[in-house]
Design a protein around this ligand. Structure first.
Ligand code: FES
Ligand SMILES: [Fe+2]
Length: 327
């Protein structure tokens, strides 16, 4: 029974369809094989000899071994650790070393994968939906005026809706992030939702400085933020469900030190830490709060209902509407 369920849905439909960050590029070396568990399901991620990252359902169609535990890469294929069946990047079995023919249904599902900007992203779509948007390349990463990508991740007990809702939640900026807002809007544009804010924060010396932030979700789970604070920064914020009420938050940051400038490591680390901590400041709230389907809202709360509607569009196959700004 469980087996047939696994075959009919590529991930439970209770999760939003879209591109998700499944691994940092730097965490998957040539020839490396990794078991992953997301959406309450098991996957195997590996990097073949040509450098391509492949994401497959984890369990071998033969007797069900997990390809991520003991599986090994040969060329661009993965070899099952149990009886050495071989699977290519399309998920098809290409060799059964001791049999005269390969059963025609010998395959595991292969996911669409793209790799750029230090990220391996994969598309998860319920009911066979196809990608209808892209996650853009972060051009700054190729510019040597910017520092290399610094990364962090944290597992937390919450659901994606709580994380998403942050972009609409105007009133939490001061109590949670100690930032006074002068201007704030959310722009909904098909699969993207952008929060623009202009506020007053503090630098690491405690002096008041302006904070300008443009934070865009490209789909339901990957957000890039361009931040002008003590430095110009680009932040990657992403989440991926591990199972119900448990997700992995990933955070990446680069900052513009300037061409030929090497920042003292402690200065870089302090600013990276401040940006990271800013993103993680919401965690204690998320882990202990209760989701309200019908929250009691006021006119100063920001466009929470609009952003909920936007997120719901990833549970159907169509995106609502022309671009609009909501406050
Ligand atoms: S279980 Fe994979 S080859 Fe037998
Ligand atoms: Fe927040």
């Amino acid at each position: 029974m469980e087996d047939s369920l696994e075959r009919t849905s590529r991930e439970p439909s209770k999760f939003a369809r879209g591109w998700y960050l499944v691994s940092w590029s730097a965490d998957l070396e040539l020839g490396e094989v990794k078991p992953l568990r997301y959406f309450g399901k098991d996957f195997v991620l590996f990097r073949g000899g040509a450098g391509t990252a492949t994401l497959l359902d984890a369990h071998c169609p033969h007797l069900g071994a997990h390809l991520g535990y003991g599986g090994r890469v040969e060329g661009n294929d993965i070899i099952c650790p149990f009886h050495a069946w071989r699977f290519g990047t399309s998920g098809r079995c290409t060799e059964v070393p001791y049999a005269s023919r390969i059963p025609p249904r010998a395959a595991v599902h292969a996911y669409r994968v793209q790799e750029h900007s230090g990220m391996i992203v994969a598309y998860f779509g319920g009911n066979g939906s196809e990608p209808d948007y892209e996650v853009p390349v972060i051009e700054e990463l190729a510019d040597d005026a910017w520092t290399p990508l610094e990364r962090a991740e944290i597992e937390i007990a919450t659901q994606p809706r709580e994380v998403i809702e942050n972009i609409a939640d105007r009133a939490h900026f001061l109590p949670v992030h100690n930032t006074l807002l002068d201007d704030f809007e959310v722009i909904i544009d098909g699969p993207r939702a952008t929060q623009r804010s202009l506020g007053r924060g503090h630098n690491l010396q405690g002096e008041p400085i302006p904070v300008v932030s443009v934070a865009t979700y490209h789909g339901p789970a990957i957000q890039f933020t361009r931040l002008q604070w003590a430095y110009d920064m680009v932040l990657i914020n992403s989440h991926i469900p591990i199972e119900d009420n448990k997700l992995l938050l990933r955070f990446g940051v680069i900052l513009r030190a300037g061409k030929g400038v090497t920042l003292p490591p402690e200065v870089l680390e302090a600013h990276v830490a401040a940006a990271r901590n800013g993103y993680f400041e919401d965690v204690a709230i998320w882990e202990n709060k209760r989701w309200r389907d019908r929250p009691l809202l006021t006119d100063g709360d920001g466009p929470i209902a609009e952003v909920r509607k936007w997120y719901n569009s990833f549970f159907s196959n169509a995106f609502a509407s022309p671009t609009r700004s909501v406050r």
